[in-house]
Design a protein around this ligand. Structure first.
Ligand SMILES: Nc1ncnc2c1ncn2[C@@H]1O[C@H](COP(=O)(O)OP(=O)(O)O)[C@@H](O)[C@H]1O
Ligand SMILES: [Mg+2]
Length: 251
């Protein structure tokens, strides 16, 4: 079966820096895979290449077997890849609910309803769906507040909620637990478990190793843009190269 996402010999250079170096990996439907490595290893660049925000220097990125390396970010988003950013990017003037409503229209309005206006969901249906998403993310009670008034952990959850609202086939999460306290991290962990159980395909960049090791079935390890290991959490944790490059002390 065709992989949902495939990187084939992908390189990305910034001047003299090879941020991603001959990287190959595949992601199958329903997998929750971790992408880890030290700062500057190339993790965010992988997301930028997969979402079309940056152009690769060499190689190919395939989504559902179709080459997307030369496709615009908008078209890639419409085709079903959603991402969050390492730094929060919310709209100052939109409420929590409005963030989700805008995101819903990204795919549904653009694809279906352009061709078939009569197939457009009613406002009430969209609102109900948006509220269901907010419910999963523990944000339904705060739907009418400005998003920027949410506490930090709430803003991070809203970013993921907004990505989910586009009904993606692939979700790219860039350090969702960064800056969260213990209870917020636990809440996030529960949400990721729910998404995994619902069958979402997720590529997770995260420095919280407890979270990554517990949630991911498979982990890819980058160092200086190169894949230095990939395997189950146990395999990766036991790899001397990974310990030297990133994990530090072994258990
Ligand atoms: N837009 C850019 N211009 C120049 N260099 C960049 C740019 N983006 C990333 N880099 C460099 O590419 C490397 C990988 O960065 P990044 O993908 O952000 O790493 P990570 O997310 O793993 O911390 C780093 O050396 C970084 O400085
Ligand atoms: Mg990064």
């Amino acid at each position: 079966m065709t992989a949902l996402l495939e990187f084939s010999q992908v390189s990305k250079a910034f001047g003299g820096v090879l941020a991603v170096d001959e990287l190959s990996f595949t992601l199958d439907r329903g997998e929750l895979v971790g992408l880890i490595g030290p700062n500057g290893a190339g993790k965010t660049t992988v997301f930028n290449l997969a979402s079309g925000v940056q152009r690769l220097s060499r190689g190919e990125v395939l989504f559902r077997g179709v080459k997307i390396s030369a496709t615009s970010p908008t078209r890639i988003a419409r085709s079903g890849i959603a991402r969050t950013f390492q730094n929060i990017r919310l709209f100052r003037s939109l409420t929590v609910l409005e963030h989700v409503l805008v995101a819903q229209s990204c795919r549904s309005a653009s694809l279906l309803t352009q061709m078939l206006p009569f197939a457009s969901a009613t406002d009430r249906t969209l609102r109900r769906q948006a509220l269901a998403v907010l419910e999963v993310f523990g944000l339904a009670d705060r739907r009418d507040e400005l998003a920027v008034h949410l506490p930090y952990g709430g803003q991070r959850r809203l970013e993921i909620a907004r990505a989910i609202a586009t009904a993606p086939e692939l979700l790219l999460l860039d350090e969702p637990a960064a800056g969260l306290n213990d209870s917020e991290t636990a809440e996030l962990s529960g949400i990721l478990e729910t998404l995994r159980a619902q069958g979402y395909t997720i590529l997770l960049v995260e420095h919280d190793m407890n979270l990554v090791m517990r949630l991911c079935s498979r982990i890819l390890v980058l160092n200086f843009g190169r894949l230095i290991a990939s395997g189950t959490p146990a395999e990766v944790r036991g790899s001397q190269e990974v310990i030297d490059a990133y994990l530090g002390v072994a258990d």
